[in-house]
Every structure is written in structure tokens, then in C-alpha cells.
Design a protein around this ligand. Sequence first.
Ligand SMILES: Cc1cc2nc3c(=O)[nH]c(=O)nc-3n(C[C@H](O)[C@H](O)[C@H](O)COP(=O)(O)OP(=O)(O)OC[C@H]3O[C@@H](n4cnc5c(N)ncnc54)[C@H](O)[C@@H]3O)c2cc1C
Length: 313
Amino acid sequence: MSRASFGLLLLLLLGFLIISSSATSDSIYENFVQCLSKYSSPFDQASSIVYAQTNSSFTNALQSYIRNQRFNAFSTPKPLIIVTPSDESQVQAAIICSRRIGIQLRIRSGGHDYDGLSYVSDVPFFILDMFNLRSVNVNITDETAWVQAGATLGELYYKIWEKSRVHGFPAGVCPTVGVGGHLSGGGYGNMLRRYGLSIDHIVDAQIVNVNGYILDRKSMGEDLFWAIRGGGGASFGVILSYKVKLVRVPEIVTVFRVEKTLAQNATDIVYQWQHITDKIDNDLFTRLLLQPITVIVVHLETINLHYLLIQML
Ligand SMILES: Cc1cc2nc3c(=O)[nH]c(=O)nc-3n(C[C@H](O)[C@H](O)[C@H](O)COP(=O)(O)OP(=O)(O)OC[C@H]3O[C@@H](n4cnc5c(N)ncnc54)[C@H](O)[C@@H]3O)c2cc1C
């Protein structure tokens, strides 16, 4: 076969693959919308929460929460459809329809999974994207908050701050991380030494199980409640929301950073830091970042500035 005809054959094959993939996507879309309309309410909204590959907003919806650009390539497998529930019954219906139609479901909240597990798969799949379910209800009287899975950590922190300057929640450093993946996986951040992990402060949760039922702590039982606090939510169902216990924080916190290069004796600081960091006061959080090339950054966050300076320098 000549090189030209081989090229033509490849082109035809590619065209065929694209057409058949969008045909599959289209038929999955039709079936899904029909199924969602049957099992969710409001029934007439089903088509507005499902994006087919041919929808002009599909790429935008897909890429908005891809936080690891490694999985944003042309060759990265794409979901056949994206479902963006704006109400809990639509999450229930999506699980039921995923089983009925026989298509794998990937759950995405903030999209920060290091391996892209919330939006990539080796088999045909769809994304259940939780970004519309992101309300945060803070109750300062009993020092708790209900936070939906699609909220980001930054939104949780901000909503708490709006209600009180002396309350907070111990979770990750990066404000764009999603509550759904973070809290089901553990969660550590600046208040780690004082208050431990995020999951140490979860008091209730709502999850949709494989049969489409909504369970809370009481109805899911303590074993499942334990599992979704560290075991990764996606293995057990779709987390709708967590109820968290807030922690007390000082109204004023001192934060500062010290940057040292190798020429400024950074090696010695790194060495010394390892010997004092587990012994200092629990109200003090220090983070040491080794940054590329020749720069070493020591990032310190503290409410006890002088103590740390004496110890470190
Ligand atoms: C830039 C960056 C900074 C980070 N900083 C920190 C940090 O300071 N501290 C820390 O502890 N971790 C940190 N992480 C790790 C992060 O907490 C985890 O990757 C976490 O799982 C991300 O959650 P997500 O909802 O954003 O991600 P997603 O990719 O949406 O989800 C992650 C996993 O959880 C599952 N999942 C998501 N939502 C649900 C749900 N509603 N129900 C059931 N399963 C669900 C997904 O299917 C996937 O398997 C960071 C990650 C990145 C990329």
C-alpha cells in the first residue's frame, strides 16, 4: 500500500471513530436524559443538567475542574456525557440510571485528584460533577456547619469567617480543593498540629448509596461512617454533604515566611528544622518548602513568633 493511500485509510478510520464515538455519546445522552426524567424531580430539567459531547459547553464543563493538566491532553479519554445535578434527587437518579444503562460513573467535586480518578477512565464512563451542590450552612450556636461536596475549602473557610472571627475548620492549604474528595480522604493543613485531620471533626454525613438511597450517619451505620472519613468516598457511594464541628481559632494569627538560599546556609536550617519541628508548641505550625533550582523557602505560620525565631535561627 502506498504512503498516500495508507494516510487516507488512517484519516477515514479516525473519521469513523469520531463519528461512532459521538453517535455513542448521543445515544447515551438520549437514554440518560430519558432515565433521569423518570427518576428525578423536577422532571423537565433533566436535559439542562446533562452535557453531550456535541454540546458547545461540553469542553468547558469538562476542563473547568481538571486540576492536573497532565490529564487535559487530546489523548486523555473523555466522558461520554457530563451530568451536573443541582438537586439531591438528581444525584439519586444518576446512580440509578448509571446502573440501568450500564455505564461507569466517575464522581467529581473539586477535581484535584492527583491521578485524575474523578474524570478519567479506561472504560466508557460519565462524570457526575458536583459543582452545583456547594452550599455551606454555618451554625455558630452549636459550632457546626453542613457543607455540600461541591464546595471548595476556600468557600467553607470564607463562610465560617463571615459568621465568626474566632472559628475555623482544620483542612487543606489549597483553597480550590473540593470538600467531597478532601474530607473523604483525610485532609490536613495549617491547623494539623493543633487539631489533627479534617476527618477528626466530621460529625455527620449524607451519602447516596448504590441503590440510590440517601443515608445519614444513623441510617448508614458507624462502619460506613468510619469508611467515608479517610477511605475515599467514591468506593462507597456519592457523598452529598458533611456536617463538621468547627474549632476555636485566635482572632489574630501571625503568618510570615523566611526565604534562604544555599549560600545563606539553607542546608543547615533544613537540618535543624527536622530536629525541632516535632517538639515545638502545638499552636505553632511550620512548613518547609524546598523549591527548585537554588532557592530554599522556609514558610512559617505561627501565633508565637518569637519562640520560633529563637528556635530556628
Ligand atoms: C493543588 C493541590 C493542593 C492540595 N493540597 C492539599 C492539602 O493542603 N492538604 C491535603 O490533605 N490534601 C491536599 N491535596 C490533595 C487533595 O486533598 C486530594 O487530592 C482530594 O482528594 C481532592 O479532592 P477534590 O474533591 O478536589 O478532588 P476530586 O478529583 O473531585 O476527587 C478526588 C477523589 O474523591 C472522589 N470524590 C470526589 N467527590 C466525591 C463525592 N462527592 N462522593 C464520593 N467520592 C467523591 C473522586 O471520585 C476521586 O476519587 C491537594 C491537591 C492538589 C492538587
